[in-house]
Design a protein around this ligand. Structure first.
Ligand code: FE2
Length: 278
């Protein structure tokens, strides 16, 4: 076993998106622009309704997937092709925007705490113009693996080494998406080989990984090695995401809500959107 090294540790940055939703951007910042195949990661967590009520009114996407994981609260989504629903506490929505759609993501609550993550996962060239598709699962459909030593691993996508499989198929990049809770002093170990880009995103407590301490809200981008090892070193249990996927290794042209392979394709996306062709 070779413990995976840490390439870089970053701290999330305060940001605002949609109609004034306050969030912490962990990936997609000047310090951490992307981590192939992952483009962006936002975390939101607030009990102040004014931080989230504006939501994310109608906006387009093309060329990648958006993954919304609600830790607490409820979010309603609706697109221009007739798809709609509510992502409930603990639920996941893995949306392939593909060739494009226009959708809104609005809080289904006017008070109370709302927290969760939105991750953007890139698509390879051959899938950027594919038909939009949804995978949606409520909390009861997401298995939790309890390990010796006290770790619990909620498996959203992919399969753990112990065989627990998440409901979401990891799609084009063979993604792993685990939500791990680790008691003080406990160790989480999971074989994830270097051919998968992997990151650890700490949102409670602190962990030591690859000799470095990462506390909330920080992320560690992992390098060489074949096993992820993280020890909970904070004053209370740690909670973190393990995100991994196969790098796409293609040119990335990113313009607002469109992520394509070339500037021309991004230009085309803006034209198609303006002309109502989504
Ligand atoms: Fe969106």
């Amino acid at each position: 076993m070779a413990e995976r090294a840490v390439l870089k540790v970053v701290k999330g940055m305060a940001a605002s998106d949609g109609a004034g939703v306050r969030l912490t951007r962990i990936l997609g910042t000047p310090e951490a622009q992307m981590f192939d195949p992952f483009l962006m990661l936002d975390y939101f967590d607030t009990a102040e309704a004014s931080d989230y009520v504006g939501g994310f009114p109608d906006h387009p996407h093309r060329g990648f997937e958006t993954v919304t994981y609600m830790l607490e609260g409820r979010m309603r989504h609706a697109d221009n092709q007739g798809n709609a629903g509510v992502i409930e506490t603990g639920g996941i929505q893995w949306m392939r925007a593909g060739k494009g759609l226009v959708h809104s993501e609005m809080p289904e609550q006017a008070e109370g705490r709302m927290s969760g993550f939105q991750l953007w996962v890139n698509l390879p060239r051959e899938l950027k113009m594919s038909a939009p598709a949804y995978q949606e699962f409520d909390a009861p459909k997401i298995p939790v693996e309890s390990r010796d030593g006290g770790a619990s691993v909620k498996v959203v996508a992919g399969r753990t080494a112990q065989g627990t499989a998440g409901p979401v198929s990891g799609g084009a990049v063979d993604a792993l998406y685990f939500d791990v809770t680790l008691p003080q002093g406990a160790v989480f170990e999971e074989p994830v080989a270097t051919d998968r880009a992997a990151m650890l995103v700490v949102f409670d407590g602190a962990v030591r990984v690859g000799g470095q301490v990462v506390s909330a809200l920080g992320a560690a981008f992992l390098g060489e090695g074949d096993t992820i090892k993280a020890e909970s070193v904070g004053d209370w249990p740690a909670r973190f995401l393990v995100l991994a996927g196969r790098p796409i290794r293609e040119p990335v042209a990113w313009g607002g809500p469109f992520v394509m392979n070339s500037r021309e394709e991004v230009q085309q996306a803006f034209e198609d959107f303006r002309a109502g062709r989504f």
